[in-house]
Design a protein around this ligand. Structure first.
Ligand code: FES
Length: 616
């Protein structure tokens, strides 16, 4: 593809071989061969095709295969269609980190990563001066007023050779807790850190220059734990009852290491110079990353093993960076509100303002926080991965080729599509689905329950493999449709989110009117059309100017904490301040959820804008 040559270990699938070489494919089912998203085309050579899953007869004739179920039997020439490529929005990532860096420097002019470095000139030993190496090092530190340094056994094992190799003129790296982690001959101008967002569906890694805060590189891939289940509950069951804890841990650590390997190569960086990391994820993801049994997260009274993680070393985590480097884990609040939400609240800055704000992170789980500089309440609900492009027939992430906006002519029912990158459409992303459902509802193509009307005179409505569907795009190779089951998935997800917000606000005795600002985070936060999200009853019916889209705040918070001691401290304070509400034991949640399983809601008066438009 694009002239790129990759090599494959014998027996590995095409998907694994491409991934190992830094070519990432969409793989919503984690390589189980059931989602049909990882299709590539064999142009030359032979391969063992183990399954063809969702491929159409026409596609099989055209030599399309599922990369996760195809093992090369020699040299192959393949073509990777645009819709199969998993791409991170690099421009978004870079512009966002610039803003964050500016913010950081406004609160803390000096960057304070978890690893500091100091140049020490030691007096060489002699027959007259037989001071031990460690004591000699301590004396040099003493001279710089640093007296409380801890020296681990691994550090001392390597110390003598390092001191002599550097002719007693050394650069000492140490953590903010004053634990010596390494000696080198020179303090290089740059040292690096990793900010990692472990999402239930995707994993994002930022490689950051800790000397100046710049984003050096970034990568994204599907969390390959998905092969053991789409959501956190099935993974907890697999970890505890299926004995899969180690497999789940290995999967996520490999994903991060696999993302990192091509970045290191591209940028000519020495792994040893990556000396710190920050990991942000929901409570289950954080525990699985560290190999901690998540069983108690799922059992009443739903208690995680750790909320505030000790700072363990990279060697313990199996991250392939400097093994002595500290790895900071964003603190969790409870079993279903984790470090990713603490990171989000940190990045949104809502904890610094007196105005009441609502924070919603929309992903496989919907996490909600409400509060201000004095107090904060939080809760989580399960939404399923539909807004991340998974579990939807033609769902995809918000990358090139994704339908992100739709208009439907109310008389002809013909759609006009807005596609990311102005290319022919290859699927539909979360914001596209919200647009589509809203437009279909307003045009009277679906009813309040999301059912397609069969009595309309349009051939856009037809019966497909999974029941009734609406054809959004007629393609040469494949049509792109929104099936009734897809619409039902989205309605269930939006109902869970809206019910969560309602219950949380009721719990604190507030109404929506007092909410001054709403922050929307998540993979599609940049592209969401608020009016349409209100129209389907996903977002509360509040003035548009109150909404802000802040994208992937889990990685943003991890980036801030990677570079700043103050941010790490504030993250801990946020976690302590948040009161966690368990929605699964809330009596009101199921009632609110059932009421929200309609477009926009059974109670139209909660959505005056929609009511006016719909004439109810
Ligand atoms: S079918 Fe290959 S990743 Fe899902």
């Amino acid at each position: 593809m694009n002239g790129k040559t990759v090599s494959a270990d014998p027996g590995k699938t095409l998907y694994e071989a491409l991934k190992a070489s830094g070519v990432y494919l969409v793989a919503s089912c984690g390589g189980k061969g059931v989602c049909g998203k990882c299709r590539v085309r064999l142009l030359e050579g032979s391969a063992k095709v183990e399954a063809t899953g969702k491929l159409l007869k026409k596609e099989i004739e055209e030599k399309f295969v599922l990369a996760c179920k195809t093992v090369p039997e020699g040299d192959l020439l393949i073509e990777v269609p645009e819709e199969s490529k998993l791409i991170i929005g690099d421009k978004i990532a870079v512009s966002k980190t610039k803003d964050l860096l500016q913010y950081l420097q406004s609160v803390e002019p000096e960057l304070t990563p978890a690893v500091r470095r100091i140049v020490l000139k030691l007096d060489p030993p002699s027959i007259q001066d037989n001071t031990g190496d460690l004591e000699r090092l301590k004396a040099a530190l003493d001279a710089q007023d640093i007296r409380d340094m801890d020296f681990s056994h691994p550090f001392i094992l390597a110390m003598s050779m390092a001191l002599r190799g550097a002719a007693w003129d050394v650069c000492l790296s140490y953590t903010e807790k004053h634990e010596a982690i390494g000696l080198s001959a020179v303090c290089k101008a740059h040292h690096y850190g990793l900010a990692v967002d472990i999402g239930t569906t995707t994993v994002v890694v930022y490689l950051v220059n800790c000397a100046d805060g710049t984003l050096v590189d970034s990568g994204i891939t599907y969390n390959s734990q998905m092969r053991y289940g789409d959501d956190v509950i099935t993974r907890i069951v697999y970890a505890t009852e299926g004995g899969g804890l180690q497999a789940l841990r290995d999967a996520i650590v490999h994903d991060i290491n696999d993302l990192l390997a091509p970045m290191i190569e591209r940028n000519g960086i020495d792994r040893e110079d990556i000396d710190s990391a920050v990991v942000s994820g929901n409570t289950t993801m954080s525990q699985l990353f560290w190999g901690l049994d998540p069983a108690s997260i799922r059992e009443e009274p739903y208690i995680p093993t750790v909320n505030y993680y000790p700072v363990w070393r990279a060697g313990t985590s199996h991250l392939k960076i400097n093994s002595q480097g500290p790895v900071y884990t964003m603190p969790s609040v409870g079993s279903y509100v984790g470090g990713d939400i603490v990171a989000g609240v940190l990045a949104s800055k809502m904890y610094k303002n007196p105005e009441v704000a609502l924070f919603m992170d929309i992903g496989t789980n919907g996490e909600i926080a409400v509060g201000n500089s004095d107090w904060m309440m939080t809760a989580a609900c399960s939404m399923g991965p539909c807004f991340e492009g998974s579990g939807i027939r033609h769902g995809m992430r918000a990358t090139e080729g994704a339908i992100e906006s739709i208009r439907i002519d109310p008389s002809s029912f013909e759609p006009s599509l807005g596609v990311i990158g102005d290319t022919p459409p290859s699927g539909i992303c979360g914001s596209g689905m919200i647009d589509a459902i809203s437009e279909l509802f307003v045009a009277g193509v679906i009813d309040q329950k999301g059912k397609l009307r069969s009595d309309l005179s349009t051939d856009r409505i037809r019966t497909g493999d999974e029941g009734p569907e609406f054809v959004l795009h007629r393609g040469e190779r494949k049509d792109i449709v929104l099936a009734e089951v897809d619409i039902e998935n989205v309605i269930r997800a939006k109902a869970a989110l809206y019910a969560g917000v309602s219950v949380l606000l009721k719990e604190v005795g507030l109404t929506l009117e007092v909410v001054e600002r709403i922050y929307i985070a998540g993979g599609f936060g940049n592209y969401l059309n608020v009016d349409k999200a209100i129209m389907i009853g996903m977002l509360p019916d509040l003035p548009k100017e109150k909404f802000s889209f802040i994208g992937n705040t889990s990685i943003a918070g991890a980036y801030l904490c990677l570079l700043s001691a103050q941010m790490r401290q504030e993250a801990e304070e946020i976690a302590r301040k948040m009161t966690y509400m368990e929605l699964s034991v809330s009596r009101g949640f199921m009632d609110e959820y059932m009421s929200a399983l309609f477009l926009p809601h059974t109670d139209f008066s909660l959505f005056p804008t929609v009511q006016a438009l719909y004439g109810k």
